[in-house]
Design a protein around this ligand. Sequence first.
Ligand SMILES: *Cc1c(COP(=O)(O)O)cnc(C)c1O
Length: 415
Amino acid sequence: MSYDTVRDVDPAVAEALTAERERQNDTLAMIASENHVSEAVMEAQSSELTNKYAEGYPGERYYAGCEHADTVEELAIERAKELWGAEHVNVQPHSGTQANMGVYLAVLDPGDKILSLELEHGGHLSHGHPANFTGQTYEVEQYQVDAETGYIDYEGLEEIAEEFQPDIIVSGYSAYPRDIEFEEIQRVADDVDAYHLADIAHTTGLVAAGVHSSPVGVADFVTGSTHKTIRAGRGGIIITTDEHADDIDPAVFPGGQGGPLMHNVAGKAVGFKEALEPEFDEYAQQVVDNAKALGERMQEHGFSLVSGGTDNHLVLVDLRESHPDTTGKEAEEALEEVGIVLNANTVPGETRSAFNPSGIRAGTPGLTTRGFDEEACREVADLIYRVVDNHDDEGVKSEVSERIDELTDEFTLYE
Ligand SMILES: *Cc1c(COP(=O)(O)O)cnc(C)c1O
């Protein structure tokens, strides 16, 4: 058995990995679903546990040799319970989509009804989009955000629920800048006798730190991705009550997955430990403060924000008012050229297409991890404005690019 490095074995991949580290170091990761994990999480994720089959759950595995896998999974579970105040947690979903799949498999039959937010209004593919297994397996109706306010239209949701009689209502979103009234959605779910899945993929870290409302103890099922604000490496989790534990666990394995990715479970365990430290609460508060500072300064530059601001880690900019001739894709591409990496996004009432939409979405989890404060985020808003406003001007872009180099040198990331 040789212990050659990637560089020894495969220079082409090694080069791409080094280039990716440099890309992350040298650019601002403002894709709202992304973050930078610690080197400890990366070490756990690249450990020998990648070799281990551990089908089953701690203490009841289908294979021998699982004692260390058990230790790691039990630690991940215990820490998750503490972080989110949960009765039961399943840490095996390979990703957020697989976590949602676990819930659907646990409580729905093919043809059952899902009520969820429209993708264009901030929802997620795994909430019933026709291109996703959910849209192909279940009957789906969708609610919207209020066209005027940009907030979830809770009354509209209730009306559709009464008419449609869903089996499950999904809350939790991908591009929604406001806090969520989970209790209100639960009330509607109770009224129509539906389950409630709160998918907090984006806000897991904010919920754990108490800077966003928590659906735990309110909704029947809470799912999340572990690589977003909670910063625990790629993966998913399901949080539920003891009552539903025996529905969820067999739905994840063997229902929808084979062996767990134990190296990723180890990453979750380490990331959750980090998130239990008081510094993580400060981090999460700073993520929100930074998003507010970013959004307010963008508004001062004339950008229109969906819902008029933010309560969480992201802002959604509708370019149609301030820059009617600039598409989200054009803005995204010009920003990427200078080292600001965010994504074009649909906005409520979209008049272009999903591929070339009218908005951009910008998040602060990654910037905050590398130490950005409100002042630095206000400057980032200034830079975004300069680039979007002059997206064809090479001189402006090279000036901004130089400033991004200085900022990324000041706020260092990986060695
Ligand atoms: C990111 C996200 C997911 C899960 O995505 P994965 O890429 O599968 O982890 C699920 N739901 C919402 C609302 C999301 O934003």
